[in-house]
Ligand binder design. Structure first.
Ligand code: PHE
Length: 382
């Protein structure tokens, strides 16, 4: 009996040793690279977000690698597609952490998916920077979770002020995607600020991501006779909603948030989105040197003018690489501290200072769709 146990322990020890040796071999194989995980929606309902974001990250990594890399090593991006699904986001982040042993993670665009992945990175002590998730809950997940964009408390205030004060329209309706943390949060902030400024919410309706028929909600909204419909959702539904608003012959202004930022909004909405406004992180027509250089490089590499996800994600990657360089190490805690200390980092979408809540204070632009193009209507400082 005792003999058997000794033998078993011995075998177990051998197995452990073999595992350890394998682990060392796997690590030393990759000692000349620094692995950075990326998770984004490369397919599914919001594929333009993930593709655009990942393209921006690739530009940053290629530039750093061409200049000699990071801490003398080449950056290796490990890109995972979460298919626009939160459950899948949690799975791929688990893989990046456990299997690929990445030094840090960039992603996601959509708040619901960052909220699904972030707790896994936090638990593992792997820093995560989201380029574009604006819901306030995201960075509250913990001390390893950062963002380089403004939050929806600001974006909601910007949209409310724009409707009530700039356009002078007080009768407001809201159509929210109840399956989407971003949409729910942004609707709330818009409402809070609009009411404070003297606006009246005359109708509140909802839908679920993936819906294609909004006619019942729009009939009810029409009955309340609003001057504005605020649509804090993503581009596919926003485009369809605009079309169905046009069908109903309503005399309203449509206002959206950054979720409208995709070439698909105009492709789907067509004439129905003409004159609509939405809040965003940048304008490709900005004449600053950084925007011009970025847009020119992006057009050269990918052949089209980028939406906001590409420069925001480029900025997130640049900031991360700079932090790793300053940290002088790929130790998670050291990288986290270096990110937290970032001040006045020059980004394409504005300078970035990481505050105590791991957020960034950035300006917003109000864009108007004009002959299918996005024109800057207003710039709003934080
Ligand atoms: N802010 C959105 C979210 O949190 C994502 C997004 C960012 C969409 C930028 C478009 C442009 O879900």
């Amino acid at each position: 009996m005792i003999r058997q146990m000794v033998k078993l322990n011995w075998l177990r020890g051998l197995a452990l040793l073999a595992f350890a040796l394998l682990g060392v071999a796997a690590c030393s194989q990759n000692e000349n690279v620094i692995r950075i995980g990326v998770f984004n929606s490369l397919t599914g309902g919001t594929a333009t977000f993930g593709i655009s974001s990942t393209n921006g990250i690739k530009m940053a990594a290629e530039e750093w690698n061409a200049k000699g890399g990071l801490l003398g090593k080449q950056i290796q991006l490990i890109v995972e597609d979460d298919q626009s699904k939160p459950e899948e986001a949690a799975m791929v982040v688990t893989k990046l952490v456990n299997q690929n042993r990445v030094a840090a993670i960039l992603g996601e665009v959509a708040s619901s998916r960052t909220l699904a992945g972030a707790p896994i990175a936090q638990k593992a002590g792997i820093p995560l920077i989201t380029p574009a998730s604006t819901n306030p809950k995201v960075t509250k997940v913990g001390s390893y979770i950062f963002r380089v964009c403004y939050t929806d408390s600001f974006q909601g205030a910007v949209c409310a002020r724009f409707a009530v004060q700039k356009l002078g329209l007080k009768r407001l309706a809201i159509l929210t995607d109840v399956k989407n943390d971003y949409s729910i949060g942004l609707a709330d902030y818009f409402k809070r600020d609009a009411v404070l400024l003297g606006g009246e919410i005359v109708s509140e309706e909802s839908y679920s991501e993936g819906d294609t028929d909004f006619r019942a909600q729009l009939t009810s909204i029409k009955g309340a006779n609003p001057e504005v419909i605020f649509v804090p959702g993503y581009y596919t539904e926003a485009g369809l909603i605009a079309k169905q608003v046009a069908e109903q012959n309503m005399n309203v202004k449509l206002i959206g948030g950054d979720g409208w930022d995709s070439p698909r909004t105009v492709e789907i909405g067509g004439a129905a989105v003409e004159g609509a406004f939405f809040c965003n992180h940048y304008s490709a027509e900005d004449t600053s040197q950084m925007v011009r250089t970025f847009v020119a490089n992006h057009v050269k590499k990918y052949g089209y003018v980028p939406d906001a996800m590409a420069p925001l994600s480029y900025d997130a990657a640049e900031l991360l690489f700079d932090a790793i360089q300053r940290a002088g190490s790929i130790d998670g805690a050291k990288i986290r501290d270096a990110i937290a200390q970032t001040k006045d980092f020059p980004g394409v979408c504005g300078n970035i200072t990481i505050d105590a809540e791991r957020n960034a204070r950035k300006a917003a632009v109000m864009l108007q769709i004009n002959q299918g193009k996005l024109k800057v209507y207003d710039v709003i400082q934080p």
